[in-house]
Design a binder for this molecule. Structure first.
Ligand code: CAA
Ligand code: NAD
Length: 291
């Protein structure tokens, strides 16, 4: 089945990007946000991103207008009832996700594929909560969605082959290279990336090096586009803490998943990274101040 209509739930950092790439792939997209201010901000980000792509000659102005017109913002979950696929991109909280999937299982059509963009939680638990585990997959996009070329497509032991295949094709239609992943903590990328990010924080706690020097070292020593502290600010320190908190609770004896005290302190102070204007760095809009 070719996916024509897509619901995206959550229009934050990830949801707005997923809505944009799905509409760029030709789908009609309904993006639902609980917070009207966040919805407005997310739609403005989509418009700003499309404008930037036009300015850079990567998109025709007429095509940008057509993409924007395929995106239908809403604050009502019932507006996704007829969609072929619904992708969840709300806060990284398993209880919130499970209750959303329970509702989606009730209101969407039986053939609808249900997908989560979770960074760390078991897709299977959300599938069970939906009452339709055979139609549940993970579709894990990367930040910034418009620029990152990968999507992980996660299947559980209960996912039907047709749902997995259609989700995989949808990833391609969004302009991404899909890879198949199992329902393991962090799938492929985050299983490697998140322990690395947490260890960078522990290096600072130990006084091994400054954030600036760690970032310079990893950029120049490994050729990474961003160092780990810059990336933590980019991802959101709150989201990183939600990921690590969940893993530490589920795997208390795994030292790689321990939440560093400094991460908790920074989040408590509201230093969430780019989204709050300050994390390890000070931010002006989408750029680190002075860079
Ligand atoms: N839409 C359109 N254009 C955009 C854009 C967007 N959303 N975001 C940035 N751009 C543009 C920029 O404005 C810039 O344009 P100009 O050249 O005209 O200034 C251009 O794209 C390149 O951006 P930058 O100048 O910021 O520079 P860059 O070359 O460093 O590229 C980057 C940016 C692609 C983000 C790169 O730094 C990078 O790959 N960083 C690593 C990101 C990463 O690792 N992401 C994964 C995070 S982990 C995750 O997502 C999983 C999870 O579950 C937590
Ligand atoms: P975010 O805080 O920027 O956005 C989440 C949005 O969801 C908020 O605007 C919030 O108002 C909205 N929301 C919360 N509950 C809702 C509900 N029940 N219905 C509708 N909207 C609701 O978070 P984000 O960074 O976009 O992360 C979203 C998901 O994507 C998380 O699961 C996260 O782990 C995952 N993810 C994040 C990144 C990243 O780099 N930040 C990368 C890949 C995956």
């Amino acid at each position: 089945m070719a996916i024509q209509s897509v619901g995206v739930i959550g229009c934050g950092l990830m949801g707005h990007g997923i809505a944009q790439v799905a509409a760029t792939g030709g789908c009609e997209v309904t993006v639902v946000e609980a917070d009207p201010t966040a919805l407005d901000k997310g739609v403005k980000r989509i418009e700003g991103s499309l404008m930037k792509l036009v300015e850079k000659g990567k998109l025709q102005a007429t095509e940008a207008t057509a993409i924007r017109n395929r995106i239908h913002p809403s604050t009502k979950l019932s507006d996704v009832a007829q969609c072929d696929l619904v992708v969840e991109a709300i806060v990284e909280n398993l209880d919130a996700k499970k209750s959303l999937f329970a509702e989606l299982g009730r209101i969407t059509k039986p053939s609808c594929i249900l997908a989560s963009n979770t960074s760390s939680f078991p897709i299977g638990e959300m599938g069970d909560a939906s009452g339709r585990p055979q139609r549940m997959v993970g579709l894990h996009f990367f930040n910034p969605v418009q620029l990152m070329a990968l999507v992980e497509v996660v299947r559980t032991t209960k996912t039907e082959e047709s749902a997995f295949k259609d989700a995989f094709e949808f990833g391609k239609r969004c302009g991404k290279t899909p890879v198949a992943a199992k329902d393991t903590p962090g799938f492929i990328v985050n299983r490697l990336l998140v322990p690395y990010l947490l260890e960078a924080i522990r290096m600072i706690e130990r006084g091994d090096a400054t954030p600036e020097d760690i970032d310079t070292a990893m950029r120049l020593g490994c050729g990474y586009p961003m160092g780990p502290l810059h990336l933590l600010d980019y991802v959101g320190l709150d989201t990183t803490q939600f990921i690590a908190d969940g893993w530490e609770r589920r795997f208390p004896s795994e030292p790689l998943f321990k939440v560093p005290g400094e991460l908790k302190d920074l989040v408590k102070q509201g230093r969430l990274g780019r989204k709050s204007g300050r994390g390890y760095y000070e931010w002006e809009g989408d750029k680190i101040k002075g860079k």
